[in-house]
Design a protein around this ligand. Sequence first.
Ligand code: PEP
Ligand code: MN
Length: 351
Amino acid sequence: MVVVMAPEATAQDINAIVELVRTAGGEAFVSRGVSRTIVGLVGDIEQFDAPNLRSLRGVLDVVRISVPYKLVSRENHPDRSVVRVGGVPIGPDTLTVIAGPCAVETPEQALRSAHMAKAAGAALLRGGAYKPRTSPYAFQGLGEKGLKILSDVRAETGLPVVTEVVDANDVELVSSYADMLQIGTRNMQNFGLLQAAGSAGKPVMLKRGMNATVEEWLMAAEYIAQRGNLDIVLCERGIRTFETATRNTLDVSAVAVAQRLSHLPVIVDPSHSGGRRELVLPLSRAAIAVGADGIIVDVHPNPETALCDGAQALIDSDIRELASVVQHLPPIVGRTLTPAPAPKPLPVRVA
Ligand code: PEP
Ligand code: MN
């Protein structure tokens, strides 16, 4: 059961619900979204006396939810959500492009990648400082040094930063640099990490586990929401199938399914799905056509020397075509490209 609070509900009104539920032996989880606050109730719902709840001050509605992912479900939240990342919207009316290197390698590589991202139409910068590599001998990322590079590149370009966190113990540190936390496919069911990310006060991008059903993906998102954070963006990045011609199989239908079941924005990663540069543009077109709220694309100024995933990174000569795709296709499906925010002016030095 979910209690939907009216926009004018006060903290006291919300506390009154939480108290009532706890007194009845249940648990209440408060999630504050941009437009409204909802309280998820867990326990023997017959004890909560729904008619009485409905009459409490500040309550807009009390909804029984039939699915196991209550807070992220569309059942109590028919309107699709907009999640803001450093002021940049990801939602139903726009197409938001996130681009950048798979991994941050050097300040020059990160800055050049950010300029490529901007030229391609990106409003957000991606880049991994902590890399969840299949082999323990592969490049694991620069750690905090990489986060500092990302923050310098943000200051120079104005692009808010999306970066992965792989360990619950690093959530606080990564959150102090990032505008959005990314949780990768390998960690989709790392429940401690999901809970820590849900408490960090930053928007979270949750990639679909490569072997996860849509329902498991939404329940993973629910772990984040249950910690009071509804600023979650789902990312379809391809799943494991029998097919070996692509790195993963982009499950285009999962985008449409997840958007019907959940109010959260859903974006697509055509780079990690296809795994090959020449597939990134066709898969980006497919993502936009199916109604994705954004795409996240790997770019690299020099993929032959890339320390991670060079084969799938777009190069300079691909950028113009990506820019054209993200400019011209979204209006056909009723969206506009989200513009990049202007860089903040550098502080004026007084002599
Ligand atoms: C990434 O985006 O850098 C990444 C590791 O993606 P995934 O978790 O989808 O493999
Ligand atoms: Mn990668």
